[in-house]
Design a protein around this ligand. Structure first.
Ligand code: FES
Length: 117
């Protein structure tokens, strides 16, 4: 079974081959979206582009969909929509790769979030 490593969260998860990357993240309480995208995303239909991630090896995921190509093609092969990607092999994933660091990344908030507060 492929191993998905979420770099920022320091979490590795074994998943069945073909698992949807967005589903894997959400099922394991990985924060894919920056607020307010957590409320306003398209729920995995490939329309909003807010589930963008950066991976270390694009070949570890399924072929890019047309939607993914339109949203991320300009950025390079390692930027993908999590909702449009199936996991085929071991892969490292950086969530919200372009997010500007702010108060949500402060160590106090990060600790509270890990504790489920
Ligand atoms: S959740 Fe909207 S594009 Fe992936």
């Amino acid at each position: 079974m492929p191993l998905v490593t979420f770099v920022k969260q320091e979490l590795s998860i074994e998943v069945p081959e073909g698992a949807n990357l967005r589903d894997v993240a959400l099922e394991n309480k990985i924060d894919l979206y920056a607020f307010p995208d957590s409320l306003l995303n398209c729920r995995g239909r490939g329309l909003c582009g807010t589930c963008r991630v950066q991976v270390d090896d694009h070949r570890a995921l399924s072929e890019r969909t047309i939607t993914d190509e339109k949203k991320n093609g300009w950025e390079g092969k390692t930027y993908r929509l999590a909702c449009q990607s199936q996991v085929l092999d071991d892969v490292s994933v950086v969530t919200s790769p372009r997010r500007v660091r702010g108060w949500m990344d402060h160590s106090t908030y990060a600790t509270m979030k890990k504790q489920g507060a």
